[in-house]
Design a protein around this ligand. Sequence first.
Ligand code: MG
Length: 242
Amino acid sequence: MIASAISSLHAQVDTRWPQHSMDRPRPPVVTPAPFVNEAHPSDAIVLFDGKSLANWESADSAGHPARWKLAGGSMEVVPGTGSIQTKQAFGDVQLHVEWSPPTPVKGEGQERGNSGVFLMGRYELQVLDSYHNDTYPDGQAGAIFGQFPPLANASRPPGEWQTYDVIFHRPRWDAGGKLLSPARFTVFQNGVLVQDNVALSGPTAYQHRPPYAKHADALPLMLQNHGDAVRFRNIWVRKIEP
Ligand code: MG
């Protein structure tokens, strides 16, 4: 059983509600402090500095250029061009990402400013405009999609920049493919703790929770193209495994 491999310190998926339940209580709304522009630490690997997509490629056809557009020091999702991923692969990381949903506001629920930060291309930290926009709690901003609602709705209004600061540990398997430890996320959105060392049930997905399948120790970081013109900037990682 996966459960036996999970320390009691790690929150597990709460099965009292069906996945994507609209009956689930909404996380409390917390107004974050104003955005503060912070430079990256000295040992960070800068994945996007606002000037170039050189560290990125198409996620659908690796080796082909990322086709999102550069716009005023940020990169912007171009609908129809697919998701993008880093050329470099990562395992355990500290990650910083800034993102901003499109204005004027368009659509509702999952159709408003939807994107996602996929660690190892499999484990989605949801990006969504969740400012005065109701949806199922395990799919709002700061959620580990379909598994963990955020502890708080710390969203800023659209048009403002938002930050994710993430600590991610990759899953580990023994040589025979038995899961030794699950993927884990700790996440701050705009300086507010929204995920506290949660242990994933497997890769994130819509309307199901697939089991783990053994994969490489390092894989690209992916940004989702969900058809909404979400912008990203100031993306950096620090590797936190030897
Ligand atoms: Mg998404």
